[in-house]
Design a protein around this ligand. Structure first.
Ligand SMILES: NC(=O)c1ccc[n+]([C@@H]2O[C@H](COP(=O)([O-])OP(=O)(O)OC[C@H]3O[C@@H](n4cnc5c(N)ncnc54)[C@H](OP(=O)(O)O)[C@@H]3O)[C@@H](O)[C@H]2O)c1
Length: 258
């Protein structure tokens, strides 16, 4: 019997659920993404840095019938990322989709949680934001490459933000140009370029960026005006499109200007 012969013991990829790893999926947009993809019948690896929060989220989604497995994953730690991908590699022979969702703003600093200004921003304020928002996706993407390459149509969705758009930041009429934060927009602009360079350099894997839009989550102290369902529309669209695009920067309405 040839290796490619279809049997019930050795199902082809079309018989198997689509597999996805989502970082920072214990709450907010990551959790809603896990819920929506789980509802589609996908096999979800729910990454979270905190054991209790991650298990609670995975168990709640699994109780609703989704195939969700908690994976301890701190994107700022090389060791944690390596351990997470080793765990996933024991459970599956491939990863169809990676969603780099974990993110922080870093805007509150000091013992009094002060709102940081451009004048008060120091290198040590920017480093942790870059560590999670830029180096995190780099760590997780690099460690995921072998499992992604085992999939038929591997794709990576980077969760960016409209705050990473240079077009918006330099448009005097745009909301993001009305306020200045040196940390979060800088990190998301860097993530955008990182993603474009991945797309250019690794053409056998599709790399795209989702801008969720201003969404009601802990990230913005629940000031966001969209629901998490609306905020995950672009992530879901890019994750599920197969075949689909590469090197796109999209929100739920369409293409976002760089
Ligand atoms: N909400 C918006 O309006 C909006 C708009 C544009 C873009 N985004 C982007 O959407 C993504 C999700 O944001 P959200 O709004 O859902 O925020 P959120 O509710 O604050 O969730 C952020 C998630 O990232 C996790 N995280 C933080 N640092 C981590 C680390 N070192 N390792 C692993 N996970 C880590 C958090 O885990 P803990 O619970 O352990 O802290 C949490 O699960 C972010 O990349 C954000 O920049 C959000």
């Amino acid at each position: 019997m040839s290796e490619n012969t279809r049997t019930s013991d050795h199902p082809t990829s079309s018989d198997r659920p689509t597999t996805v790893l989502i970082t920072g999926a214990n709450k907010g947009l990551g959790r809603e993404t896990a819920r929506r993809l789980g509802a589609l019948g996908w096999r979800v690896f729910l990454g979270a840095r905190d054991e209790i929060r991650g298990r609670e989220a995975a168990e709640a989604l699994a109780a609703d019938g989704a195939d969700v497995t908690f994976v301890p994953l701190d994107v700022s730690s090389d060791d944690s990322v390596a351990a997470a991908l080793a765990t996933i590699g024991e459970a599956t022979d491939r990863l169809d989709v990676l969603i780099n969702n974990a993110g922080i703003t870093g805007e509150l600093v000091g013992p009094m949680d002060e709102l940081i200004t451009p004048e008060s921003t120091l290198p040590q304020h920017l480093f942790p934001v870059l560590d999670v928002n830029v180096l995190g996706p780099l760590r997780v993407t690099r460690a995921s490459l072998p499992l992604l390459r085992a999939a038929e149509d591997p794709r990576v969705v980077m969760v960016s933000s409209g705050a990473g758009s240079l077009t918006h930041a330099t448009d005097p009429s745009a909301a993001v140009a009305q306020r200045a934060h040196l940390l979060y927009p800088t990190s998301k602009a860097a993530l955008n370029m990182l993603t474009v360079q991945y797309a250019n350099g690794i053409p056998d894997i599709r790399f795209n960026l989702a801008d969720p839009g201003f969404t009601d989550t802990d990230l913005n102290h629940h000031q966001g005006t969209q629901t998490v369902s609306e905020g995950t529309d672009a992530i879901i669209e890019l994750a599920t499109a197969s075949p689909g695009p590469t090197r796109q920067y999209r929100d739920r309405s369409g293409v976002v200007p760089w």
